[in-house]
Design a protein around this ligand. Structure first.
Ligand code: NAD
Ligand code: UD1
Length: 337
């Protein structure tokens, strides 16, 4: 019998790609999403890729009654928990909004899972839990430090809540710490939908190339890196999604209480290298200028992802040019608007 997986936030950027991969791997998928940062039509777009309908509940996971009703109706075997707010800058201005949704949502979900004896959960965390580290590549044993933003606090607190429940309440949790997810599905049917002016590098690049933004500002070229710009570990969202299938397989069968995995390619790319890769695959010159450093930016960070590679038997298939190529095709599919 195929297992049924609830994907919270399953219409969002990473969630939608993960629903595709779960369906392709014979899981039944149920999605709950409140559309706070996504659109209902994403469900149809997923179906256009996989040929399978998406069972969708439009609801806020903080609504305990709604969540309870969902668990009554569906025989859930495991949960992939994406639903959260994710804008670092917004979290600094509106911390309570982030604590309430991200930490509140985790608590609401765990309560209902506990009541219905659903123990397996895969949780979306972030390399932000490593803070302003000077060490790369960085592995999972690196200490979690003071958060650099309220968003980061929510990830640290949710990781801790999950670990407590795994130690004392029989929950089986897999914590995934993403580095920098970019790119889009090769079909260009799903991708990232940033609202307003993007904060992240790749949507800013593609919107600039599409003429929506005038030029990209590179945030500083005086860092202690080979070309002076920041280095990050960019990972294709489809590779990331596939890791969730492996993580869910593991969460459903694992003996140990919880486990933690970095998800990155293990390679760092500078901002200028990303721009160069984009220019190559798009055949355009990207208008860009060098500006001041952005407050809070870590100089360089990339993952030691060997634990996920070995234990989950997962490897990345897409390289930087694939990331830029799919991001650009997705942007073009959206038109100039
Ligand atoms: P996203 O905003 O595209 O997707 C999140 C989805 O959750 C959206 O569809 C939104 O409508 C939904 N949602 C939010 N709050 C909800 C609630 N209370 N109830 C129901 N649905 C709710 O974000 P994403 O980029 O796909 O990120 C998914 C997860 O991964 C988040 O937890 C995020 O913090 C984490 N993460 C993302 C990145 C990244 O760079 N995108 C990096 C590290 C970690
Ligand atoms: C940021 C968050 C991180 C979050 C991630 C995904 C911070 C400090 N970190 O990571 O917690 O998980 O987003 O949402 O906010 N850049 C430019 N010009 C731009 C935009 C970005 O030069 O217009 C540079 C940045 O300085 C950085 C790199 O591009 O060096 C990547 O930036 P971004 O995509 O915002 O991701 P992070 O800062 O790594």
């Amino acid at each position: 019998m195929n297992k049924t997986i609830l994907v919270t936030g399953g219409l969002g950027y990473i969630g939608s790609h993960t629903v595709v991969e779960l369906q392709k791997n014979a899981y039944n998928v149920v999605v709950v999403d409140d559309l706070s940062n996504s659109k209902k039509e994403v469900a149809e777009r997923i179906t256009a890729i996989t040929g399978e309908p998406v069972k969708l509940y439009i609801s806020d996971i903080n609504d305990q009654d709604d969540l309870e009703a969902l668990f009554e109706l569906e025989a859930i075997d495991g949960v992939v928990h994406f639903a959260a707010f994710k804008s670092v800058g917004e979290s600094v201005n509106e911390p309570f909004k982030y604590y309430a949704n991200n930490i509140g949502g985790m608590i609401a979900l765990q309560k209902v899972m506990n009541k219905h004896r659903v123990s397996s959960v895969v949780f979306s965390s972030s390399c932000t839990v490593y803070g302003d580290t000077k060490q790369s590549p960085i592995d999972e044993t690196h200490p979690v430090v003071d958060a650099i933003s309220p968003y980061g606090t929510t990830k640290i607190v949710c990781e801790q809540i999950l670990k407590d429940l795994c130690k004392h309440s029989g929950v089986k949790g897999v914590i995934l710490r993403y580095f920098n997810p970019v790119g889009a599905h090769p079909s260009a049917r799903i991708g990232e939908l940033p609202l307003g002016v993007p904060n992240n590098l790749v949507p800013y690049i593609t919107q600039t190339a599409a003429g929506i933004r005038e030029k990209l500002t590179v945030f500083g070229n005086d860092y202690n890196t080979p070309d002076g710009t920041n280095i990050r570990d960019y990972i294709h969202v489809v590779d990331l999604a596939k890791a969730h299938v492996k993580a869910m397989d593991y969460a459903l069968t694992m003996d140990q209480e919880y486990d933690i995995f970095n998800l990155g390619t293990g390679k760092g790319h500078s901002v200028l290298e990303v721009i160069k890769a984009f220019e190559k695959v798009s055949g355009t010159d990207l208008p860009h200028v060098i500006g001041d450093r952005r407050t809070g930016d870590v100089e360089q960070i990339w993952a030691d992802a060997s634990k996920a590679e070995n234990k989950l038997e997962w490897t990345c298939q897409y390289d930087m040019e694939d990331m830029m190529d799919t991001a650009w095709k997705w942007q073009q599919s959206l038109g100039a608007g």
